[in-house]
Design a protein around this ligand. Structure first.
Ligand code: HEM
Length: 416
């Protein structure tokens, strides 16, 4: 029972969490030789769990709920308030369907094409630039892509601000202080912009194509048959736009992987069958993005002889599960080939959450992410030459979300 559950001593371990970042949970799991321990963070008792069995229990809707799990500071920066991430039960399934209905094979095919087109446009510009801060410029590429795919009108002169606002919301999630406040301001500005667009669609002043996210969000009816409020529709449309901009982080890490493991570049260039898929899977596994997820215990239960009391916050270790040596051979090596013939389950590879897309909270945009990454990496290796000047490519394991120190600078960008 709970008295045997290892406990991270200390009145409150928030500071240690900030000091150890992505490794806070995995470090303790290793030290206590466990996949579960209790701690106090942000003034609350919490249970931390790690690994594929932990993911399986975490995604059991009978045992966990999301309502009251995400801290307000995260909702006010990253997610938006009262969105799909915070819902449960039938309401959640109905809202999730709205997102999943946008992920058809045709829409994903379109996304691939648009990704390539946006890169073509960007490279024409990058050729003229003395040097390119890849992460920043790729956020702009992804912002254009996001708006184009979702049917949201975007003026060329707005791109910089909108991309930087989406970027700031993402950058805020593990932050205290200025980075957090910038995220909040950016969210306010973005919600205002998107509310106006929703209003224009509803007033018949802006025509939204029937198969776009803009149309879907503007006209979605909740279970009670009512349109969402303009604010709610804006929050959910931003839940499509912002995370497409987040893909820029993974593309940046991908380009670093190409540089540090040059044999992967050769294989991507030669378009070896299935290689781009394995490569992007390994990027999503290897590089840190989301550290952990939170949910509250819905009703008392026991798991592996540990008591879970109703209402307790439980954190699932995403980073540690993707680097677990019980799941992965040589987890700390970058090896795309590990995904050849790989037998995945919904719980052993969870960079964007686990479980079921429709029934649970697993990321609605996982296919969008994979397809946009593949199209980007195929394009960048097959169509473009560039150089990396010497720079600091290391990234902190305590900054959440992390990003290479230099933001990845490239130069002499040329079409092949
Ligand atoms: C949820 C990560 C891209 C839409 C999530 C979750 C994670 C995640 C960790 C939470 C899973 C959970 O709560 O159990 C990421 C990462 C991305 C990415 C790392 C790429 C860099 C996308 C994209 C979209 C998207 C491209 C949409 C086009 C969503 C939505 C949810 C979600 C709507 C909420 C699902 C729900 O609560 O039911 N994502 N995501 N994400 N993601 Fe993503």
């Amino acid at each position: 029972n709970t008295s045997q559950t290892p406990h991270d001593k200390g009145v409150d371990n928030t500071l240690r969490l900030l000091m150890e970042g992505y490794r806070y949970i995995p470090n303790r799991c290793r030290r206590f030789e466990t996949d579960i321990f209790t701690t106090r963070l942000m003034g609350q008792k919490m249970i931390c769990i790690s690994g594929k069995e932990a993911a399986e229990v975490f995604y059991n809707n009978e045992l966990f709920r999301r309502k009251g799990a995400a801290p307000k500071r995260v909702q006010k920066s990253l997610f938006g308030q009262k969105g799909v991430q915070t819902m449960d039960g039938a309401e959640h399934r109905h809202r999730k369907q709205l997102f999943m209905s946008l992920m058809t094979p045709e829409r994903l095919e379109l996304l691939r094409d648009l990704t390539t087109k946006q890169w073509e446009y960007a490279i024409d510009k990058w050729e003229q630039m003395d040097h390119v801060v890849f992460f920043k410029e790729t956020q702009k590429v992804m912002c254009r892509l996001a708006c184009q795919w979702a049917g949201v009108p975007l003026w060329a002169k707005e791109v910089k601000q909108r991309a930087s606002d989406f970027g700031a919301m993402i950058d805020a999630f593990g932050a205290v202080g200025p980075r957090h406040w910038l995220g909040r301001r950016s969210r306010k500005r973005s919600e205002k912009w998107i509310r106006t667009i929703i209003k224009q669609v509803r007033a018949g002043k802006l025509i939204a194509d029937g198969d776009t996210a803009l149309y879907a969000m503007a006209w979605h009816r909740d279970l009670n048959g009512k349109l969402m409020s303009k604010q709610m529709a804006a929050v959910e449309l931003i839940n499509i736009l912002r995370p497409i901009v987040a893909i820029a982080r993974y593309v940046t890490f991908s380009v670093i992987a190409l540089h540090q493991y040059p044999e992967t570049r050769t294989k991507l260039q030669s378009n070896e069958k299935g290689y781009s898929q394995m490569f992007v899977q390994e990027v999503r596994r290897y590089y840190p993005f989301g550290p952990f997820l939170g949910a509250r215990v819905r009703k008392d239960f026991t798991w592996k002889e540990h008591d879970f009391k109703k209402g307790t916050l439980v954190l699932l270790d995403m980073y540690g599960t993707n680097h677990s040596s019980t799941v992965w051979e040589r987890p700390n090596e970058f090896m795309p080939e590990r995904f050849r013939g790989w037998e995945g389950t919904p719980f052993n590879f969870i960079p964007q959450g686990g479980g079921d897309f429709d029934m649970g909270h697993r990321c609605a945009g996982e296919w969008v992410t994979v397809e946009a990454m593949k199209a980007s990496l195929e394009f960048l290796t097959q169509q473009v030459n560039y150089e990396l000047p010497s720079q600091n490519l290391s990234f902190s394991m305590t900054r959440m979300p992390t990003i290479p120190k230099s933001r990845l600078v490239i130069q002499n960008v040329r079409w092949k």
